[in-house]
Design a protein around this ligand. Structure first.
Ligand SMILES: *Cc1c(COP(=O)(O)O)cnc(C)c1O
Length: 333
């Protein structure tokens, strides 16, 4: 069953005091460049460093006391589930592929969860989490295709519109689509005229390819500066696919070069340390792929990045992503 606005209000109650109330701040530089007020919703300030705590906490709160939980994750969902399970004194096993950066693995282990590394894709990690459900009776929490997770992420949309009902466009980083589905549901239920644009990197954009095809499709998973946006949407997708298909006005794709530059912008202009996945909204505007017609907000989704890669980017050095080199360039406004 698809979640409703009422489910998002219910989620807001569940997560209150744990995963809510992040700042919404103006970006003077982006406002200047975009010709419209540009706001940043700082989910990088969540206790686990990413918005995923909202959905994970809302979903884990509904699991019976004596159970344990499992999930597959590109990193931040696993961290959210691990945090929520620890708060409830539950066992958590987080399944990830070898593509997940070490910083994220370490962060999850530090929260007391077990980590299982399986294969080179999200699908391999998902298979491991299914095994744990079948063999050890753990409850699986999907990173995006779960009504409670989507409702939890949707609370971001509520908070933005409560603070700024005059926002006309939301730029939402898009991977499995739990965030975009929830935020679009909240925003469009409150203001049907608002424009919600999903943004992915141009290599391995699973939701984009799936919407074009009319059904979930598999994409090749390649390393990206926006590593949190990697992975498929699940061939059995029930919720986030139809919701993104029906609620998003547009999907825009940005290149690795555009992500690289936007990470420099967010750091040098706004002094914010954030993952590649967070800056795709800035990249879409700076590249001219999206034009704005009024106050706009994007979601700075998380800060759990590999500091070695980040240092290379802000010092203008090349970054190697598998067999692709993102050419370094010192920052210039
Ligand atoms: C998970 C994640 C996203 C994308 O969210 P989806 O619900 O999978 O679309 C974006 N940014 C960060 C930092 C994330 O961890």
């Amino acid at each position: 069953m698809q979640p409703t606005l009422a489910d998002i209000y219910a989620a807001a109650k569940v997560i209150r005091g744990v995963a809510d109330g992040t700042p919404l701040v103006p970006s003077p530089y982006m406002t200047d460049r975009a010709g419209a007020e540009f706001l940043l919703k700082l989910e990088n300030m969540q206790p686990i460093g990413a918005f995923k705590l909202r959905g994970a906490y809302n979903a884990v709160a509904a699991v019976p006391d004596a159970s344990g939980v499992t999930c597959c994750s590109t990193g931040n969902h696993g961290r959210g589930v691990a945090f929520a399970a620890a708060r409830r004194g539950m066992r958590a096993v987080i399944c990830m592929s070898e593509l997940v950066p070490q910083a994220k693995v370490d962060g999850i282990r530090a929260l007391g969860a077990d980590v299982h590394i399986k294969g080179r894709s999200q699908d391999d990690a998902l298979a491991e989490s299914h095994r744990l459900v079948a063999e050890e009776g753990l409850v699986e929490i999907s990173p995006f295709d779960d009504p409670l997770v989507i409702a939890g992420q949707g609370t971001i949309g509520l908070e933005i519109l409560q603070a700024r009902p005059d926002v006309t466009t939301l730029l939402v980083p898009l991977s499995g689509g739990g965030l975009a589905a929830g935020v679009a549901l909240a925003a469009k239920s409150i203001n049907p005229a608002i424009r919600v644009i999903g943004i992915s990197m141009d290599r391995g954009a699973a939701m984009h390819e799936s919407i074009l095809a009319g059904h979930p499709v598999e994409v090749e998973e390649v390393p990206s500066l926006a590593d949190s946006l990697g992975g498929g949407i699940g061939m059995q997708n029930r919720l986030s696919f139809p919701m993104c298909r029906d609620l998003l006005d547009q999907i825009v794709l940005v290149t690795e070069d555009e992500i690289y530059h936007a990470m420099q912008v967010l750091y040098y202009e706004d002094r914010i340390v954030a993952e590649g996945a967070c800056v795709v909204g800035l990249a879409a505007v700076l590249s001219g792929k999206v034009t704005l017609d009024g106050p706009t907000a994007t979601i700075v989704t998380g800060r759990n990045l590999d500091m070695e890669v980040f240092t290379r980017i802000i010092t203008g050095q090349d970054v190697q992503l598998g067999d692709v080199t993102v050419k370094g360039k010192p920052y210039a406004a």
